[in-house]
Every structure is written in structure tokens, then in C-alpha cells.
Design a protein around this ligand. Structure first.
Ligand code: HEC
Length: 109
């Protein structure tokens, strides 16, 4: 069962890859591109406004109980046995940290 789910997660990730690659010539490093990635790619599950969908709400209010480091690790490693994929293949540690800061503060730096 876990294997099948893993297969689905990998397939979902493969579908998302072209989107992430198309985020802009500057790559995922530009603040605009990274912000777009959060709303489009994360938003495909968490809602374009991050207010929840298949995945839970990711608003600043909803994530206040999260430690920054835990949030970075959830983004990089995903949540096993759920549709939340690991973003390590697509995002650097630095990008994941910037996304975590963005989610916690509402400001992309
Ligand atoms: C394929 C769908 C999908 C995509 C794409 C996705 N997520 Fe998730 N995410 C989920 C699901 C489902 C959960 C809930 C997992 C669980 O049951 O604990 C989740 C959980 C989370 C959580 C924990 C939230 C909480 O309240 O515990 C965070 C943080 C998160 N995702 C961030 C992100 C970020 C940032 C991205 C984009 C880089 C992203 N997710 C992309 C499906 C997705």
C-alpha cells in the first residue's frame, strides 16, 4: 500500500516538474519565481490562496504553531504516506527555507 502511494506521489511530482521548470529563466531563485511556485505548485493542492484544498491551509495564521526548522523539513521531505510530496528533488535547502519564511511571514525575500 505504501509502495502504491509512493508511486502516485512520484507520478504527481513528475507532472509538476515541467511547471517548476517553467517558473522563469531566472530559475527558482528569483523571489517572484519562488512566490509563483508556492501559489501554483503548492497551490495545486493547498489552494491558489493557500487556504486549503487536498492539503491543509498554509496561511500565516494556520502555520504559527510551526517551528521554522520543522516547516523546512516538511517541505523538503514531504509527509510520508500522504499526498504531500518531498520537494528535495526540486528545491534547494535555501529555497525551502525562503518558502518557510514566506509562509510564516507572508513576505517573500
Ligand atoms: C500533491 C499535493 C501536494 C502538493 C503539490 C503540496 N502539498 Fe503540502 N501537503 C499535502 C497534503 C495532502 C498534506 C497533509 C499531509 C497530512 O495529512 O499530514 C500537506 C501538508 C503540508 C504541510 C503541513 C501543514 C500542516 O498543517 O501540518 C506543509 C507545511 C506543506 N504541505 C507545505 C507545502 C509546500 C510549501 C508545498 C509546495 C512547495 C506543498 N506543500 C505542495 C499535499 C500537497
Amino acid at each position: 500500500m505504501a509502495d502504491i502511494r509512493h508511486g502516485i506521489t512520484v507520478a504527481a511530482l513528475a507532472l509538476l516538474l515541467p511547471c517548476a521548470a517553467a517558473a522563469g529563466p531566472a530559475g527558482a531563485e528569483g523571489a517572484d519565481a519562488l512566490q509563483r511556485l508556492v501559489h501554483q505548485d503548492c497551490g495545486s493542492c493547498h489552494g491558489l490562496q493557500l487556504k486549503g484544498g487536498l492539503g491543509p491551509e498554509l496561511t500565516t495564521e494556520a502555520l504559527q504553531h510551526y517551528d521554522r526548522e520543522v516547516l523546512v523539513s516538511v517541505i523538503l521531505n514531504g509527509v510520508p504516506d500522504t499526498p504531500m510530496p518531498p520537494w528535495r528533488p526540486l528545491l534547494s535547502q535555501e529555497d525551502a527555507a525562503r518558502i518557510a519564511d514566506y509562509l510564516l511571514s507572508g513576505e517573500m525575500k
